[in-house]
Unconditional design. Structure first.
Length: 180
């Protein structure tokens, strides 16, 4: 029976083929493949990264509110990642694929303090990658949020909350010091 199996029927094969279409070289292609594998593993635990954005879009539509995407385009992030040394990029992908805390996500321990702990480890392990994936995007989202007038409700991933809040606090302190 296994002899009749076609490569296109294999989910891993599909993930790998999809990943090989990534720009910026073989290292980036392997990284994208490992990210896709990690995403598949998260889905098997019932974890769907980005679900908060889908819910925000649906709810804004339901109440007739405007909804704006404030994050940086994923292709820009991938382009920036392609400038990170290849070994660092692959090491990060490997470590993330082995995410030991994944069961904590699955068993309801997905808390802000847990995300801080994971982010702290990632920042120590691969600071260049953490800068591109988290810090640069925090700045991008913060800048977009600051450009809105009036009351705003922002929905961001938990890994970005601390960074955006810190940037907001620093900007308010700067605004207050320039008034005096």
């Amino acid at each position: 029976m296994a002899m009749n199996k076609q490569p296109d029927d294999d989910t891993w094969y599909k993930l790998f083929r999809k990943s090989m279409k990534a720009p910026d070289g073989f290292c980036m292609q392997i990284y994208i493949f490992m990210v896709n594998c990690r995403r598949r593993r998260l889905h098997s635990y019932g974890i769907f990264p980005g679900l908060e954005c889908k819910v925000a879009i649906e709810e804004s539509s339901r109440v007739g509110a405007s909804c704006f995407y404030i994050d940086r385009d994923i292709n820009v992030t991938y382009q920036q990642l392609s400038k990170v040394p290849s070994f660092d990029l692959l090491w990060k992908a490997y470590c993330d694929s082995r995410l030991s805390g994944l069961t904590d996500f699955a068993y309801g321990k997905y808390t802000r303090s847990f995300v801080r702990e994971i982010s702290g480890k990632q920042k120590k392990r691969c600071p260049d990658i953490f800068k591109v994936i988290t810090e640069d995007r925090d700045k991008f989202m913060f800048t977009n949020l600051r450009n809105f007038q009036g009351k705003v409700v922002a929905v961001v991933g938990m890994a970005h909350m601390d960074g955006i809040e810190l940037l907001w606090k620093l900007a308010e302190e700067d605004d207050n010091s320039s008034i005096c």
